[in-house]
Design a protein around this ligand. Structure first.
Ligand code: AMP
Ligand code: MG
Length: 356
C-alpha cells in the first residue's frame, strides 16, 4: 500500500487535506494525525474491521484496547452508557485536552475497539488538526499511538513514517507535537477515580477537581506475575528502543560518576554506549553519544523530547543506553513511568563516596 503524506499547518489545518483524510476514515482506512500528546493512528471506532486494521498495522496485541477520540461533547452520549458525577467534573475541567476517561461502553462500540471489555476509553483532544479531522469524518475515531507496538510513541510525522510507511493510508504531517507523552488515563467507573496512566494532567491537578484520587500500582512498578493491570496496555513492553536501556538513580554527583563508570566499562566491552542526560549534566558525561533531554528545571521539555531522544539513540546505532532519573512530582510521574518501562524496570542505584 502506498502511504500518502500531506503537510498541514497544525493550528490552521488545510481544509482540502482534512477532507481527504476524513474520506479515508469514512471508507474504513487508516490516517495518522498529530494531537497535543503524540501522533495517533486513526480509524473508524465504530467499525470492527477498521479497528482490526489498526491492530494489524501496529502489530498490537488484540486485548490492548483503543481510545476513541471525539470532537464535541455531544458525541460522548452516543458511545457511553453513563457519565458519573466525577467524570463530569473531569470533563468540565480538562476537556478538550490531554486526558482520557474510561466509561461503561454503549452497545454500538464494538468489542474490537475495547479489547473485549465492557468499558470504553474516550478523549476529546484539543489539537486543531485532530479536532478538524474527527469533526470532518463525523465519527468517533479510534486512535492509539501511531508507532509499531512496543516502540517509543511518535512525536513527529517522520517517526510515524519510520514505523508505518506502506502499512497505512495517510499521514497528516503537522510538525512536532506539544506535550510528547501520551494522555493521562483515569477510570471513572470505580468508586474512587483511579489514574491508570500518568500524563500531562497530573495527580495534583486531578485532586483539586475530584478530591481523592487513587493510583494504579502498575504505574510505579512492574506488575507482579499473573496480575492483570486495569489498563491492559500497561502489561506490555513499551517505549523500548532497540538499545538496552538502564536507569541510574541516586545523589546527583554519584549518578554522574556511575554513568561515566558504566559507559567506560560498556565501551571497553565493545558496546556502542549512549548516555541520556540533561543540559546540566551533559557537559560532565563521556560516552559514544551523550544526548540531553533539556534542562532539569523544565519537565515539559523533558517530556516532549523523551521519545525522540530514545529514537535518536537507535538512529546512532547505540547498543546500550544509561539514563538519569527524575522526581515523581507533577509531570515527573509520567516521565518516570515511561522511562521505567523503556528500561524494562532495570534501575542501578548509584551511591555517594561515603557509600550512602
Ligand atoms: P495508546 O492509545 O497506544 O496510548 O494506548 C491506550 C491505552 O489505553 C492502553 O494502555 C490501554 O490499555 C488503555 N485503555 C484503553 N481502553 C481501556 C479501557 N476500557 N480500560 C482500561 N484501559 C484502557
Ligand atoms: Mg501506545
Amino acid at each position: 500500500m502506498e502511504t500518502i503524506i500531506r503537510k498541514t499547518d497544525p493550528f490552521r489545518p488545510d481544509e482540502e487535506v482534512i477532507a481527504q483524510g476524513a474520506k479515508i476514515l469514512q471508507q474504513g482506512g487508516l490516517v495518522a494525525f498529530p494531537t497535543e500528546t503524540v501522533y495517533g493512528l486513526g480509524g473508524n471506532g465504530l467499525d470492527a474491521d477498521a479497528c482490526r486494521r489498526i491492530y494489524a498495522a501496529k502489530g498490537r496485541p488484540s486485548d490492548n484496547p483503543l481510545i476513541l477520540h471525539i470532537s464535541s461533547l455531544e458525541e460522548l452520549a452516543g458511545i457511553v452508557k453513563e457519565v458519573s458525577p466525577a467524570a463530569k467534573k473531569i470533563i468540565d475541567a480538562f476537556w478538550p485536552g490531554p486526558i482520557t476517561i474510561i466509561f461503561p461502553k454503549a452497545e454500538c462500540v464494538p468489542y474490537a475497539a475495547t479489547g473485549g471489555l465492557e468499558t470504553v476509553a474516550v478523549r476529546f483532544p484539543s489539537h486543531p488538526t485532530a479536532q478538524a479531522l474527527i469533526h470532518a469524518a463525523g465519527l468517533p475515531i479510534a486512535a492509539p499511538s501511531a508507532n509499531s507496538s512496543g516502540k517509543p510513541s511518535p512525536t513527529r510525522a517522520s517517526h510515524v513514517a519510520h514505523d508505518l510507511d506502506g502499512k497505512i493510508d495517510m499521514i497528516l504531517d503537522g510538525g512536532s507535537v506539544e506535550w510528547g507523552l501520551e494522555s493521562t488515563i483515569v477510570d471513572s467507573t470505580s468508586d474512587v477515580v483511579t489514574i491508570l496512566r500518568p500524563g500531562a494532567i497530573t495527580l495534583e491537578m486531578l485532586e483539586k477537581v475530584v478530591g481523592q484520587v487513587a493510583i494504579d500500582p502498575a504505574i510505579t512498578a512492574r506488575p507482579p506475575e499473573g496480575l492483570v493491570p486495569k489498563a491492559p496496555g500497561m502489561k506490555y513492553t513499551h517505549y523500548a528502543p532497540k538499545a538496552d536501556v538502564t536507569l541510574v538513580s541516586g545523589p546527583k554527583d554519584a549518578v554522574i560518576r556511575k554513568m561515566n563508570d558504566l559507559a567506560r566499562q560498556s565501551m571497553a566491552e565493545g558496546k556502542k554506549t549512549g548516555l541520556m542526560s540533561t543540559d546540566e549534566t551533559a557537559p560532565l558525561l563521556q560516552a559514544d553519544a551523550v544526548l540531553s533531554l533539556g534542562s532539569e528545571t523544565d519537565y515539559a521539555a523533558i517530556g516532549a523530547n523523551l521519545f525522540d531522544t530514545l529514537r535518536q539513540f537507535d538512529a546512532l546505532g547505540m547498543d546500550v543506553v544509561f539514563s538519569q532519573v527524575f522526581s515523581e512530582e507533577g509531570e515527573g510521574m509520567a516521565i518516570m513511568n515511561r522511562l521505567r518501562k523503556s528500561a524494562g524496570y532495570k534501575i542501578i542505584q548509584a551511591q555517594d563516596e561515603k557509600g550512602e
